[in-house]
Design a protein around this ligand. Sequence first.
Ligand SMILES: Nc1nc2c(c(=O)[nH]1)N[C@H]1C(S)=C(S)[C@@H](COP(=O)(O)O)O[C@H]1N2
Ligand SMILES: [Mo]
Length: 261
Amino acid sequence: MDGKPTHRPGNARPVDRSLLREHKKALVGIERRTLLRGGLSLGALTMLTGCDVTNRESVWNVLKAMSGWNDRVQAFLFSPTRLAPEFDAKYVMKPHRFNAYIGADGIPDIDGASWRLELGGKVADKRPRTLAELYAMPHVTQRTRHICVEGWDFIGEWSGVPFRHFLESVGADLTAKYVAFRCADKYYGSIDMATALHPQTQLTTKYAGETIDKLAGFPVRLKAPTKLGFKQPKQIMAIEVTDTFRSGYWEDRGFNWFSGL
Ligand SMILES: Nc1nc2c(c(=O)[nH]1)N[C@H]1C(S)=C(S)[C@@H](COP(=O)(O)O)O[C@H]1N2
Ligand SMILES: [Mo]
């Protein structure tokens, strides 16, 4: 990946049929490899096929092919050190592209002054955190591609507290298996600890340099660019560190829990 997107956000290219056919061939070839039977990650597929999974149509094809794959094998292939590609500022989509299971009209208004982040499970210091406390923590900025399982994507710029730093600051047990989230709009989800500790996973407070609005997840949302959009909860109300598997809103509707690279 050379940091250049293969298309401008929102500017769909015509579907390249020959590319799709090549994909099919590659997939069949990979399925024959005994070692990998049963599961593959997006990252592994990129490496093995040399196909550009950052292209809109190929991402969609890969996702469709992935949907039946087994979470455990995918997690096995996940590399905690492999980074999602980052992009130049000129590709950042403004305004931010919104998506949620409810329409924009249904997104709750949250009062930042009275909002508290609840902490639960294997966390030493469960005192609820204020937004001011989160704002005071060190922030990093990333320009990465957000990929939704519905088949669209955009490049955005998110700033936030590295999630590893946040977890350490509250005394979370980093050997626990999962981190689970509950949101203001009844959305919920969970990620594996390796993803939680990934260097690009952050508790986001800003989009393109401005405090995120409620559509982008105010007061805080998770950004985990090694995961699909639905693994990145917005308007977080509670975080739990746990060894007990917790499902998610879209996982309960049939999507693959791992859903990442
Ligand atoms: N609270 C909440 N978080 C959510 C969702 C949602 O419906 N509610 N949708 C998920 C899905 S499917 C996607 S693609 C992204 C969209 O994030 P965006 O609006 O910043 O593009 O948010 C994810 N997080
Ligand atoms: Mo999504």
